[in-house]
Design a protein around this ligand. Structure first.
Ligand code: SAM
Length: 213
């Protein structure tokens, strides 16, 4: 993602602690208190500017959502959307997704969304891909038994790699589309990257996988 430096972003994120959770490790195992209900929790790792997570929160008020994004200059746009919509069921964490275990305990999360994750095409960067086996273990450690990963990308290489990685890890394939926008999948909420790439005529790949119980 092209980054525009926003020196004010960190301050703005601090000004909205009801939406951008400060010290998330303090809520480990107790996210229902943060949301004020015990609805299922779905997280997106690499949420970018938040179009997807905010769209999902609007469409599904019975689900709680957390968008996780490393870059403060990007996640601040997700904050703007939440402020505008005044949504009670979506929060943001400006943290590294690699540290999920610090913020969630086993069973806190029902679903992980990965959308247009950075492809890291060089073999020597395989470990950085969010569908590498160490990340699959990380998600397993915070998900409920039988929890799911829902993954979308325009990158054929990353998609092929991820299907193999999921399979080698023992995940069960529930759904796959090699051309999401020409499929009968209902209720797709587009991400910023998805809008950009599909407008250029690129195909969107999507799958859902489930951890075995
Ligand atoms: N999901 C958005 C979309 O589809 O429009 C953004 C896609 S962008 C290619 C990937 C995003 O993931 C970037 O904003 C990047 O900062 C974020 N990211 C990458 N690694 C991350 C990590 N370990 N933890 C949190 N965010 C991460």
């Amino acid at each position: 993602m092209r980054l525009r430096h926003k020196p004010w972003a960190a301050d703005k994120l601090m000004q909205y602690p009801q939406y951008v959770i400060q010290n998330p490790e303090q809520h480990k195992g107790q996210w229902s208190k943060v949301f004020g209900n015990d609805h299922p929790l779905h997280i997106e790792v690499g949420t970018g500017k938040g179009q997807f997570i905010v769209g999902m929160a609007k469409a599904n008020p019975e689900i709680n959502y957390i968008g996780i994004e490393l870059q403060n200059s990007v996640i601040v746009s997700a904050l703007d959307r939440i402020i505008e919509e005044e949504l009670p069921n979506v929060k943001l964490l400006n943290v590294d997704g690699e540290k999920l275990r610090e913020f969630f305990e086993k069973g806190d999360v029902s679903r992980v969304y990965l959308n247009f994750s950075d492809p890291w095409p060089k073999n020597r960067h395989e470990k950085r891909r969010l569908t590498y086996k160490t990340f699959l273990k990380l998600y397993e450690d915070v998900l409920v038994d039988g929890g799911e990963i829902h993954f979308k990308t325009d990158n054929q290489g990353l998609f092929e790699y991820s299907l193999t990685s999921f399979s080698e890890y023992g995940l069960l394939l529930k759904y796959v589309s090699l051309d999401l926008h020409n499929s009968d999948y209902p209720d797709n909420i587009m991400t910023e990257y998805e809008e950009k790439f599909s407008a250029r005529g690129q195909r969107i790949y999507r799958c859902e996988v489930k951890y075995p119980t």
